[in-house]
Design a protein around this ligand. Structure first.
Ligand code: F6P
Length: 370
């Protein structure tokens, strides 16, 4: 898709796991760019695969294409968390997977397309790619996204509030069934190595126990809390456990993934593991697990996430106009600012066990497993 109309082009890509609010960012970029006469927005399908695939998969994003998409989950230009331009998966003649660096080729292809700047919407993996391209002289701007809220450079990421809302709704629903059956329910939520979703949903839903990666749990404390919630056979308890939670002196529960380009570590299964541990230590109560999984990522973004995503999209395009390359959009309440990509990917955002949020959880009687 050679640039024949001579407008300046900004290319948008969404990479990594999808996240509610991605479409609202895309719409905001396109609508803001539409206020400038000489700019056109194009999108690469499935992160940068659209540029590197043969035939290329590039779409023009205009106001008609993005009308009304801010309320839709997912991303209209698709995404992938396999490989990327610096580690493009290739199968050799023996059927073994290896990878190739196609970053120089991608820069040439961007030039041929007449792309002046790239807005890369993605989590830490995607922003590492943004930084590497910036170091090679390409004009990259990052927009952070993740339901995990684990990027330290921004107060919040869009998608997080939607995930918390979904997890809270799940707690609310589990309360009624748990109370009816006098059961313990263990709700497993996402978050990778951060406990933000679990802790927030536990507070909002009034759970009894919240187990998060930042505070390794002692099984005996969990049993004490369950016991306190039962009077003989009657009672119920709700435990929210983050997928990255681990016991004191224990390890995170994960499976190895052999798929090429994928993160080798796939978290999940802690709810079942916890129930088995509780049974082994002598808990006789009826227990059930619910794994919320990708329901946390799908569907309509909350109003908060749509607003934050819209602010990020407008800011990202304005950073293109200001040539603020090598920077990422961030929310520093109440402002939307730009931070160097270097800084943006240098540190994760974990729950501080001494924070007011943790104190509030303890204050209302939530057991953190310690
Ligand atoms: O980073 C977002 C996230 O949803 C994590 O919370 C979770 O561990 C992971 O992605 C799941 O990835 P996938 O969609 O590849 O299963």
């Amino acid at each position: 898709m050679k640039n024949r109309n001579m407008k300046k082009r900004v290319l948008v890509a969404t990479g990594g796991g999808d996240c509610p609010g991605l479409n609202a960012v895309i719409r905001a970029i396109v609508n803001r760019a539409g206020k400038e006469k000489d700019w056109e927005v194009i999108g690469s399908i499935n992160a940068f695969d659209g540029i590197l695939n043969e035939p290329q998969e590039i779409v023009v994003l205009d106001d008609k294409k993005v009308a009304g998409i801010h309320i839709r989950g997912g991303t209209i230009i698709g995404t992938t968390n396999k490989g990327g331009p610096f580690a493009w998966p290739i199968k050799d003649n023996e059927g073994n997977w290896t990878s190739a660096d196609r970053s120089d080729e991608m820069i040439r292809r961007l030039q041929y397309l007449g792309v002046e700047a790239v807005i890369n919407i993605g989590g830490d993996g995607s922003q590492k790619i943004s930084k590497m391209f910036h170091e090679k002289g390409a004009n990259f701007i990052g927009v952070p996204k993740t339901i995990d809220n684990d990027l330290s450079a921004t107060d919040f990421t869009f998608g997080f509030q939607t995930a918390v809302q979904e997890a809270t709704t799940a707690v609310d629903k589990l309360v009624t069934t748990a109370a009816s059956h006098n059961r313990v329910f263990v709700l497993e939520v996402m978050g990778r190595y951060a406990g933000w979703i679990a802790l927030n949903a536990a507070i909002a839903g009034g759970a009894d126990v919240a187990l998060i990666p930042e505070i390794p749990y002692d099984l005996n404390r969990v049993v004490d809390k369950i016991d306190s919630r039962f009077d003989g056979d009657r009672g119920f308890a709700i435990i929210v456990i983050a997928e990255g939670a681990k016991p004191v002196n224990g390890d995170i529960h994960f499976k190895e993934s052999n798929e090429v380009g994928y993160n080798k570590v796939r978290l999940g299964g802690v709810a079942t593991k916890l129930i088995n541990e509780l049974k082994e230590i002598g808990v006789k109560t009826d227990m059930r697990e619910t794994v919320l999984g990708h329901l946390q990522r799908g569907g309509t973004p909350t109003a908060y996430d749509r607003i934050l995503a819209t602010q990020f999209g407008v800011k990202a395009f304005e950073m293109v106009l200001e040539k603020k390359f090598g920077q990422m959009v961030a929310y520093h309440h109440p402002n939307i600012v730009s931070v160097p990509l270097e800084e943006a990917i240098s540190q994760y955002n974990f729950v501080n066990p001494g924070s007011d949020l943790v104190k509030a959880a303890r204050g209302v009687g939530i057991c953190l497993g310690d």
